[in-house]
Ligand binder design. Sequence first.
Ligand SMILES: Nc1ncnc2c1ncn2[C@@H]1O[C@H](COP(=O)(O)OP(=O)(O)OP(=O)(O)O)[C@@H](O)[C@H]1O
Ligand SMILES: Nc1ccn([C@@H]2O[C@H](COP(=O)(O)O)[C@@H](O)[C@H]2O)c(=O)n1
Length: 254
Amino acid sequence: GVRGCGAVPAVGSSKAERPAGGCEGPHLSLQCAARIPEAGALLDLLEKCPEHQKKGGFPVVVFEGLDATGKTTVTQSVKDTLNGILLSSPPACISQWRTIFDDEPAPIKRAFYAAGNYILASEIAKASTQAPVIIDRYWHSTAAYTIATEINGKVQDLPPANDKVYQWPEDLLKPDLVLLLTVDPEERVQRLHRRGLEKTKEEAELEANSLFRQRVEESYRRMVNPACQEVDASPSKEEVLKTVLQLIKKHCAL
Ligand SMILES: Nc1ncnc2c1ncn2[C@@H]1O[C@H](COP(=O)(O)OP(=O)(O)OP(=O)(O)O)[C@@H](O)[C@H]1O
Ligand SMILES: Nc1ccn([C@@H]2O[C@H](COP(=O)(O)O)[C@@H](O)[C@H]2O)c(=O)n1
């Protein structure tokens, strides 16, 4: 069995909790490695990461949110202001395989992002002994997009608010603070267009499908332990930076 690879049917549960019959983890990993050579390399990297990584003494702050809500912009500024270390999910060491897994069926694609979070945890453990760590997406993104993809229809059709799919995995290093950036849909579309990068399939889906967008955001809001703290990211870049720095100072010992 491999950490993180059973994330689709068991979002939020730890490796140990996953039922053998319902767990796609080991099954998926063997299948993947035989068919996709990069899956073998990914699993090798994952196996090298020690389990139950511990955080260092510096704060670990995650930024979450839909595409184009301003995560890249604000994480860079926070990192510069705090002399921190900027990390992202999926981590740089596996990002060259991202397009390969993005084109795979949903369970394999999600397993890639889930495994990436466990590899990222090793980087967070090390970096947080040296400086404040600022992260662009982590587990909440993997969980929220998975839940919103697995469930069709309206927000009311999502699993109930206290369902265990919204729990943080027991065996994954926890951040000190998770900030969820939100902007109204019109502003977000304008930012997407202003940015002008090529859209991924999922970004196109997000833009076209307002119900999907609502399910992703609501899933973020339902995540617990740690929950996301919502930040209105509609104001100017300077205002947003000021707000998040205040929140970091309030919640983390710097
Ligand atoms: N507060 C803001 N006001 C106006 N424009 C902004 C603000 N923050 C970011 N932008 C602009 O919006 C666009 C998207 O921002 P950014 O790339 O930081 O979002 P993102 O959340 O990292 O997106 P993705 O998740 O797709 O990488 C960029 O062109 C950026 O300059
Ligand atoms: N921890 C993560 C990170 C990302 N994803 C998936 O990637 C898409 C967004 O990535 P950007 O680089 O454009 O911000 C997002 O749609 C997720 O599908 C993930 O699942 N888990």
